[in-house]
Design a protein around this ligand. Sequence first.
Ligand SMILES: NC(=O)c1ccc[n+]([C@@H]2O[C@H](COP(=O)([O-])OP(=O)(O)OC[C@H]3O[C@@H](n4cnc5c(N)ncnc54)[C@H](O)[C@@H]3O)[C@@H](O)[C@H]2O)c1
Length: 440
Amino acid sequence: MERTDRYWVRDTDLASDGMKRIAWAEQRMPVVGAIRRRFERERPLKGVRVAACLHVTKETAALVRTLVSGGAEVSLCASNPLSTQDDVAAALVEEGVSVYAYRGMSESEYYECIGRALSIRPEITVDDGADLTVTVHKLAHRVQSPELSHVLTGMGDVQLAPEDIRGGTEETTTGVTRLRALEREGRLLYPIIAVNDSPTKSLFDNPLGTGQSTIDAIMRSTGVLLAGKRFVVFGYGRVGSGIAARARGMGAEVIVVEVNPVRALMAAMEGYRVMGSKDAAKTGDIFVTATGNIGVIRREHMELMKDGAILANAGHYDVEVSLGDLRSLAESVEEISPSVERFRTKDGRNIYLLAKGRLVNLVAAEGHPSEVMDLSFSLQALSVELLARERERLPSRVLDVPPEVDRAVAELKLDSMGITIDEMTEEQLRYVNEWKLGTS
Ligand SMILES: NC(=O)c1ccc[n+]([C@@H]2O[C@H](COP(=O)([O-])OP(=O)(O)OC[C@H]3O[C@@H](n4cnc5c(N)ncnc54)[C@H](O)[C@@H]3O)[C@@H](O)[C@H]2O)c1
């Protein structure tokens, strides 16, 4: 571990490996590249302090380098203790970014790193899961919480001034859910742009990115044949529907568990078996949670599972599979490989947990493919620009990405793929804006 005031990373000697992988990602992120070239010319973020709490991956590096090209001063901490790519963190340090992230950090180190990222006294926060933003709010509202002592250690003598924060962005569903709860209580202190909710993000990143990378993670860590397996997906939302489609594509028999009747109906009509969680527990071979909820796979399910069942989580936090229940059922736990643990139950079965119940696609694989992060991180870069450029501070609410930004990102992506689309004729434009014309 290497620790200075400006960075905490595993090993700065990994920087050249990291730079090669960042270049690989950037080659596949043409929209972020176009934004970066414009930022280099226009410098819209000149002098703006940005604290970012993101999975430290090669794609995140492409975003950070874009913000820096726009003139921002960036501090970066990890949004998960296990998802940091240490070579990428080292490469960013070499580029002059303050990085506080390494794979395998403890919970106290995780929060201390959030404190270090905040010590830049950010004007804009960029978050994935809302740990950074919620920390700012807990400090400002003087909410007592055990992790804050670590945050304060990380901040040292620095005092935060939330009124100086022009706004923030949020990358994922769980983060937006938390921040909407803060808004409902009337305690949100600055505007948040919900990047997650914009169509160019959630129609692509959530289903396609998580779908592919979750299957990738299961295959990398277990090598099991998916064809013929009973593959249970908990939550048929934006993420779960993508995982289900990819698992079906690999020849698995996919079973969906839902609590929302509309989503359950949709899964059934898209050809999946839909059943209650206890029936699914008896039937399944592989179980993946993607709900954003807590205690989704718990003792009552684990007791019914077959010998050899494999459990993984693709939701944001490691609360979807009840780890306490799994531990209490086990007489022994053995690490089979860095991403696979075997829990031997007292009645003699083996249940395998991947990635310690944390987001499997980032811990046991490399997260979303660069092509899809090109969309999400273009939206992030443009949302940061919007927050920096607004003369009047936006209202302290959870806000949508403006539709024109969404559209611009989609157009740039299509352009990079060599795809042209039609425009409506004058007649069609008039027709779709007309109410008098009907049956003729
Ligand atoms: N792993 C990743 O890279 C990645 C990427 C994007 C989002 N996420 C995370 O994935 C989670 C899901 O995101 P989403 O965008 O699909 O959300 P979503 O709201 O679109 O879908 C969640 C679904 O889970 C269902 N659900 C809730 N509780 C349930 C329960 N107890 N049992 C069964 N189903 C239940 C809901 O009815 C809903 O249909 C969030 O935590 C999000 O932050 C992870």
